[in-house]
Design a protein around this ligand. Structure first.
Ligand code: 5GP
Length: 189
């Protein structure tokens, strides 16, 4: 157990700025491995296969579910998202910390399956800030933005299920706080 890495789960409502916090965290912790999820969602401009996601067809995703290839998976605003299990286990066994950027239902599956995981909820400073970001991004239709906001309210209500709530009021501060939690956890596992 001593050499195993920490499984770090970060959930945040869509538009909370979590990719910016992740980028900062990766600068602080160069050995942190980002787990690339599989999704049935279409790529957004700038997203690359195998970097941001593995983009798969629904039938392929469902086959992977049947083959128990996912550590967790969930449906979110009409698409499937899942964490490929093998890559995560391999990195943890090699002693690397692994970062999962997943929504709340998936995080709760990880909590049930991996009691040693560190669960962090990244909270937006306000719902207004969230709506501005989602609308300003311009990548989703108004209907999808509304659905993501509904999901955000549901997700924030589940924050109490996480080990820590980190408010994303300032990127550097939020990333430093997550990094400190990982250090604490590393000292324990
Ligand atoms: P987006 O479409 O904005 O990339 O992601 C939508 C939501 O799906 C985000 O909350 C993101 O964290 C979550 N997500 C991404 N990958 C996974 C995954 O593998 N499993 C689960 N459960 N959620 C994921």
């Amino acid at each position: 157990m001593k050499n195993k890495g920490v499984l770090v789960v970060v959930s945040a409502p869509s538009g909370c700025g979590k990719s910016t916090v992740l980028a900062r965290l990766m600068q602080i912790r160069k050995e942190l491995h980002f787990s690339v999820s599989a999704t049935t969602r279409s790529p957004r401009p700038g997203e690359a296969e195998g970097v941001h996601y593995f983009f798969v067809e629904r039938a392929q995703f469902e086959r992977m579910v049947r083959e128990d290839a996912f550590l967790e998976y969930a449906e979110y605003v009409g698409n499937y998202y899942g964490t490929p299990r093998a890559a995560v286990e391999e990195q943890l066994d090699r002693g690397y910390d692994v970062y999962l950027d997943i929504e709340v239902r998936g995080a709760m599956q990880v909590k049930a399956r991996c009691p040693d995981a560190l669960l962090i909820f990244l909270m937006p400073p306000s719902m207004e800030a969230l709506e501005q970001r989602l609308t300003g991004r311009g990548t989703d239709t108004p209907e999808v933005v509304q659905k993501r906001l509904q999901e955000a309210e549901r997700e924030c209500a589940a924050a109490g299920e996480f080990d820590y709530v980190v408010v994303n009021d300032e990127v550097d501060r939020a990333a430093a706080e997550i990094s400190a939690r990982i250090d604490e956890k590393r000292a324990l596992v």
